[in-house]
Write a protein that binds this ligand. Structure first.
Ligand code: LMR
Length: 328
């Protein structure tokens, strides 16, 4: 399914991140849902396309479709299996139809920061997760980071009881649903592109996301304020179609894989900076940020962390232990 915006793009040609592909070049479509500037994924995808289009000129050509202009995250993996798009980087919360291994990333307070996420992913267990969906036709190539999630609503959130009775938008993840149920709140799964409108019209009262998404989607404009909880992580998997990837000429596959790896290392090392800039941009635009005392944050942890017990079997106690030993 093509959105109207995508159809318009197809007719008019190109956005800045799109090269005009030449005859004989293999076209690689990269679809994602966020903005392109001051955003870890937007910046990484743009850089990836620039490098592919320069270094693989004549062989391959990458077109990036940001801002859900081609597909939203509910559609993109199906489109990939159909061969309509070759790469995407959905958040790890969006693979539930394909695997439960990524549920560990949604468990609240599992990772203390993005460095801990990075270290866990570098382990054998973390790397093996990239291949957890190959039987279903999807191959993970690299992890891309975003940042820690914050919480906002149409009223101040200081203690967990402030969230009780409110409706929160969630990504389509059973863990995230359980997390809000633990707060006596009601989770509403919804595509990223719909969240601003839903907050504005009161379809939902609140949401959780990273600074770059809160800034990029301007959620702060339609919320009372954002509470700096750092209660969870948002991380991505750059994913492709196994058959497409395996079918590439080996030299082409190697070059593309190497460029992607270098871009991933470079941009993952810079996410802290992008996150801090987005946080500052929220403040500069008049958004209110509430910091928690250690006691207040502990109250959120005490309320949310029991959710782990519901998912230990899916995630594996050994993975939880490994993640926790990295935190300490
Ligand atoms: C969300 O749906 O909130 C995020 O996964 C969007 C994104 O890609 O950062």
């Amino acid at each position: 399914l093509m959105t109207a915006a995508a159809a318009a793009l197809a007719v008019t040609g190109a956005t800045s991140a799109q090269a005009s592909c030449e005859e004989g070049e293999m076209v690689i479509k990269f679809s994602h849902v966020t903005n392109t500037d001051r955003h870890p994924k937007g910046i990484a995808a743009t850089l990836l396309a620039e490098r592919v289009n320069e270094e693989m000129n004549g062989t391959a050509c990458m077109e990036v479709y940001p801002n859900s202009t081609l597909y939203n995250d509910d559609q993109v993996l199906e489109a990939m299996l159909q061969g309509d798009v070759q790469m995407a980087a959905p958040s790890l919360s969006k693979f539930e139809q394909f695997t439960k291994v990524f549920r560990i990333y949604d468990l609240p307070f599992m990772f203390k920061n993005i460095d801990a996420v990075d270290a866990f992913q570098a382990s054998d267990a973390g790397q093996a997760m990239k291949e957890s969906m190959t039987r279903r036709g999807l191959l993970g190539l690299e992890f891309w980071h975003n940042g820690m999630k914050q919480l906002s609503a149409n009223k101040p959130l200081v203690m967990p009881s402030d969230a009780a009775g409110l409706k929160f938008r969630v990504q389509p993840s059973e863990v995230l649903k359980a997390q809000f149920e633990a707060l006596d709140a009601s989770p509403q799964p919804m595509a990223f592109s719909e969240v601003y409108g839903a907050l504005q019209t009161g379809v939902v009262d609140g949401q959780e996301n990273t600074w770059s998404n809160i800034y990029g989607q301007k959620f702060f404009e339609v919320q009372d304020g954002t509470t700096e909880t750092n209660h969870g992580v948002l991380d991505y998997l750059v994913v492709t179609n196994v058959d497409w990837w395996e079918g590439l000429d080996p030299a082409v596959r190697e070059q593309l894989g190497n460029i992607l790896h270098e871009v991933s290392m470079e941009r993952n090392a810079a996410v802290g900076e992008v996150d801090a800039e987005a946080r500052q941009a929220v403040l500069d635009a008049g958004g209110e940020i509430r910091e928690l005392t250690a006691e207040q944050r502990q109250a959120w942890l005490d309320t949310m962390k029991p959710v782990w017990e519901q998912f230990t079997d899916d995630v594996g106690q050994e993975n939880i232990d490994a993640a926790q030993s990295i935190n300490n």
